[in-house]
Design a protein around this ligand. Sequence first.
Ligand code: LLP
Length: 404
Amino acid sequence: MEYRNNNLYVEKVNTNFLSKKIKTPFYCYSLSKLKNNIKEFKKNFYEINPLICFSVKSNNNLNILRIIGRFGLGADVVSKGELLRALKAGINPNKIVFSGVGKTLDEINFALQKKILLINAESENEVRNIESIAKKKNKKVNIGLRLNPNIDAQTLKKISTGRNKDKFGISEKDFIRLLKKYNNSQNLNIKCLSVHIGSQILDYKPYLKMMNVIDGIIKKTNFKFEYIDLGGGMGIEYNKNSKKLNYKKYRLIIKKFLRRHKVKIIFEPGRSIVGNTGILISKVIYLKSSGNKNFVIMDAAMNDFMRPALYGSKHQIVPAKKNRTIIKKIHDFVGPICETTDIFLSMPSYQKIKENDTMAICDVGAYGIVLASNYNLRTKPAEILINKSNIKIISKKENLKKII
Ligand code: LLP
């Protein structure tokens, strides 16, 4: 994504032109960015030779998953729906891991039937259920146990998962007890220790602590895991001054760990693969000034893109056409939904904007369309994929008549 002659382009396509062709708001992804991110991620961990399971919850578009699958990645799924979608996208079941605190019997049964690589169990009762289903089927099933390492990943409070007050995983004490309890099970093979301490992590230190906890457990139990699944969580730079995750440090910590333990590493990245591949293109419906503010009322709203309303996250908003007239007044970029939290961003000043101008909300490729809803009975937006000058609709805008 870049400006040429003051016009915003995604690859070779002018976003102003796009917004005239396709009804706004819509998600617009760049294929080359997606490919680069995958290559970059692989390069960062090349020496570790991990199995990379893309976290489908971050973006489950079938086309996007097909591309990711073609690059040899597996999938991390958290529901039967995501598992079905990943399989439909051609992802090898042998590269699929299933996480989540509340897998139903139906979901466990289905996962066993599809012979996926691992079910990462998150509680003792889930392990009990997997064992009894496996027994009925007269099978021995590979599972992972998800550890809750009680680590604060120093990320947004609402997306932290690794503290013992969070619902995820099994505490260290119970983890060690379950290893012993199920070690000789006829129907379970505990192959993996899995962990995921949170999302949008920009500091490598929580990862260091996490690796130390894992190291400690292996030392204490002497248990031979075949896989250590480190989850995802690698953060991206949502603004220019953002901290950057030091991949080199994270890699070195893992390399050191691998010198002591011969295991296969699994990663479950979502945001770092798709986050910066997408923008949400929207038009300005009205301008309204009130008190000391200009409200820029756009045709995108929190139902289309939820992160700012849900977590207070800041996503840059850039114009499809740049100009040089700066208006020194607070600009609140809002949607039409009847909620005060339906605000994307507040800026102290902004370039002159007119009604019908096209704007782009940045870095919405992860946890964007997947969190969209029909709130206020609005239709979910389309998704398009740009490949150089080629424009492909990879998901149509929902049909209002159908949802009515
Ligand atoms: N593995 C597990 C077990 C997870 O729970 C998650 C994300 C991931 C992998 C992928 O994490 P990533 O690499 O994308 O950080 N909706 C929130 C993020 C929720 C993340 C939930 N779990 C947001 O928009 O920031």
